[in-house]
Design a binder for this molecule. Structure first.
Ligand code: ADP
Ligand code: ADP
Length: 232
């Protein structure tokens, strides 16, 4: 489903150059929840942002269902990106738009009609458990509710893959568990492959099938969660 081949990433040039990723080879299978764990600065954020080319790798290839994302022109890349949803630590919602408008955003970009957008937004609001909150603004929601909006927006265009960038790191433990349960049901019921990054072992233990440990821009260990970390 997702293949990263020989991914390298340098930021900056000359004396200011930082190597964020040294040489990453990684395969994520269709239907699994794959976790990437590491300390701050290990390269997690850079790695996950490479999958949808929010960061363009300095070298290497990103293949999604066999399509080499790194070889696509702007138009095709935009199209292929709709098959990859993403959620963020700080939710990245448009604060002056309502819940419904935030979720509608990618559908409008995709050129859907008003009626199509309205129907899909209602469906998504139900899916993430936010019925009755469509007309609220992000400032009126709790952290967990904001992340539910982020999830609904990410799923709007029916992606095959959902990327989660420290999606629960700003949430308390109880809210974290409820968001992880939602992600698990999305994975199981909608057959969406999930890649998440986290610095929290508990997140890996609760929902991931396989895990890679990243340190200093390199994958130092990878395998089934039960092999890499003993379950509690
Ligand atoms: P993590 O997500 O594990 O905290 P990052 O991928 O954010 O790690 O960062 C990996 C390394 O790359 C760090 O040394 C960080 O300072 C550096 N880095 C990340 N983004 C940039 C950037 N835009 N410009 C320069 N250096 C960056
Ligand atoms: P995260 O919480 O996802 O790990 P960070 O706090 O590491 O995010 O980084 C937030 C933003 O700052 C990202 O866009 C990242 O690329 C950028 N960034 C991180 N480290 C550096 C750095 N050393 N120099 C410039 N930009 C950086």
């Amino acid at each position: 489903m997702i293949q990263l081949k020989g991914i390298q990433k340098q930021y900056g040039t000359g004396a200011a150059q930082v190597t964020a990723l040294k040489h990453i080879d990684l395969t994520v299978n269709k239907g699994e929840i794959f976790g990437i764990i590491g300390h701050s600065g290990a390269g997690k954020s850079t790695l996950i942002r490479t999958i949808n080319l929010l960061e363009r790798p300095s070298a290497g290839q990103v293949l999604i269902d066999g399509v080499d994302m790194t070889a696509l022109g702007t138009g095709r890349l935009q199209e292929e990106r709709r098959t990859i949803g993403m959620i963020f630590q700080h939710f990245n919602l448009l604060t002056s738009d309502t819940v419904a408008e935030n979720i509608a955003f990618p559908l409008r970009l995709a050129g859907q009609s008003k009626a199509q957008v309205a129907a899909r937004v209602q469906e998504l609001i139900g899916l993430v458990g936010l019925d009755g909150h469509g007309d609220k603004y992000p400032s009126q929601l709790s952290g967990g509710q904001k992340q539910r909006v982020g999830i609904a927006r990410a799923l709007a265009t029916n992606p095959k893959v959902l990327l989660c960038d420290e999606a629960t790191s700003a949430l308390d433990p109880q809210t974290t568990q409820s968001i992880l349960s939602l992600l698990l049901s999305i994975n199981k019921e909608l057959q969406i492959t999930i890649v998440l990054i986290t610095h929290e072992m508990q997140v890996i233990r609760s929902i991931c099938d396989r895990v890679a440990v990243i340190d200093g821009g390199e994958i130092v260990e990878a395998g089934p969660v039960t092999d890499v970390f003993l379950k509690p």
